[in-house]
Design a protein around this ligand. Sequence first.
Ligand SMILES: C[S@@+](CC[C@H](N)C(=O)[O-])C[C@H]1O[C@@H](n2cnc3c(N)ncnc32)[C@H](O)[C@@H]1O
Length: 244
Amino acid sequence: MGYKRLIEHRLPLAEVSTESAREKSIRHGHISTLHIWWARRPLAASRAAVFAMLVPDTDENYELVKKIVPWEAVKDGNSDAILEARRRVLEANGGVPPKVLDPFGGGGAIPLEALRLGCEVYSMDLNPVAHIIQKATLEFPQKYGQPNSRPVPDYIREKDRQAAALATGKVSTKNRGKATRQVGFDFSGSEGLWEQAYKRNPLATDVRYWGEWVKARAELAEFYPDDVFGEDEQIMRGGAARIH
Ligand SMILES: C[S@@+](CC[C@H](N)C(=O)[O-])C[C@H]1O[C@@H](n2cnc3c(N)ncnc32)[C@H](O)[C@@H]1O
């Protein structure tokens, strides 16, 4: 490691700050929507810090930080800028993925970003809630969310059978597109939409299936008052968080 790391010299702080602030309004696809964690660091700042700790101080690396911090660089998978950052991290570490340990991982922002940049990551936390958030964020999607990684269970096929039965005899060729959207069965193929979704991502489809089964909102609503104060203030007052 005979070189100065980028973070020891400089960071494009204006860009990192702007993108970190922008993240607060993201409501889809961000790990903060999985579970509230009070001390969670912004993903953009975590990504910039991890990258800048692992690569040398060069103009190219400084410029690349600006390209990897926007939400758009990660929201639909790894952008070219992220892939380039991964390549540079690996190169700076002699072709071996660097090991990153976050002993106070909290909501998992730093370990998530280190994983994204191709590191071998270890993370922990004293708090069991943080621990389960980290498992669900860092481990389960990789283990259980890969395409075609698990056999399609019968309860998923049953959803398709129910959808098909509901529509049997009622769907003309002309209306198949509309019926597919309404009933959730793909009338143009031999597989139902649930089965197709399960093959694409077993974890996400299971979450959707069991989420419908639990019906948390209907059954638990009486224990959760309306969010009249706004989420942050309600937490401060010791009230319950929203059920999503
Ligand atoms: C500032 S938060 C970390 C936030 C994290 N970087 C994130 O983005 O969510 C500090 C974390 O350290 C954990 N912690 C405190 N004492 C600890 C200990 N002795 N061992 C492990 N974790 C501990 C807390 O539970 C808390 O989640």
